[in-house]
Design a protein around this ligand. Sequence first.
Ligand SMILES: [Mn+2]
Length: 411
Amino acid sequence: MKFIHAADIHLDSPLAGLMRRDDVPAHVTQDPTRRAFSSLIDLAIAEDVAFVLIAGDLYDSNWRDFNTGLFFGREMRRLNRPCILIRGNHDASSVLTRHLQPPPSVTVLSARKAETLVLEAHGVAIHGQSFPNRAVTEDLSAAYPPPRPGLFNIGLLHTSAEDPGEHETYAPCRVASLAMKGYDYWALGHIHARRTLHERPWIVFPGNLQGRHVRETGAKGCALVEVRNGRVETVEHRAIDVLRWAHVAVDLNGAATAEEVALRLRFALAQAQGAAEGRPLFARVTLTGATAQHAAMLAEPDAIDAEARNAAAAAGTDVFVEQVRVLTRPPAAAAPDAEDQLAAVFQAALDDPDLLRDLLAELRSLANQVPPLPGRAPPDLPETEAALRALAPEAWQVVAHRLAGGGTACD
Ligand SMILES: [Mn+2]
């Protein structure tokens, strides 16, 4: 027997951060939560699951109009299998004022107290309670009934568990308490990132069905669970999202020209799209590193924003830039090269009185040892500090020439 566990579908919620934009075809951003829900139903039919569980927040908030409910009803008739759901903080009974009678295959578990639905044909007992209102602060799972002996027991629960992350704390509970309950599988909802909190018994957040903004990155979908002989055989995450979000960091360190910036953008966006498994990808682009283009990008944010979209279009037909963040820095003041550093040391030596004294003494003794060259005047070696300083620039040129691989100092 197989079943699907989904949560946080937020049907008909809008995509955040994507205003009407010329560079994004309308069909890419149209009804993503509905299309993802339809692919969930496609998967359920293809895998021939026994039933589908929805662990809260099927709806984002009160329906804008009745079309949201009509769409759900159509998909449930197409599923033509039991769907058992609880309401979460977003679609608590008190939040929804519009109603339609669901098809008979759909069971919404009570908001008054925990109840149990037994699917005799599959040997399954499903325990759960809907949120009566948005702010449920107590541990609902504490009042869930004990497991039914001889059946495969599932707990359906909307909760922030022990760690709400960026989500609000609702119906918090201890993972250890859930594990002790005696159920075989806990189908949780509310946390939008996929998490497996425990195995044997399995305690799973499948994550939301479709990322709706740039904080919901990566593959989104549902858990496909296979049960054999009353035990969980496998829990697989299946991606069923219709578009993806990603953070793309582009290192512009050393990028000297606008052309180089565009090249690196295109490369990074093409790579990111490759990881999106054929889905359209929306990228939050963050530019980092020390680059000569830093000032230009800060001066004209519109231009770098457009260049990033341009690079996305060049990288592929299905990759788009949600936003560009410029976190670059100007190039460090040019580091002095080795020769400059040696010249500085050479010059600084003339400021050392001890060294000067030794040097002049040495030159004096040297003057007496150098044999006069035939036909030339004896070498005119510096005898004072001032003479040494006067000679220094020329002397350095000779040394530098030798260091650079030139001929002998006496050329
Ligand atoms: Mn929720």
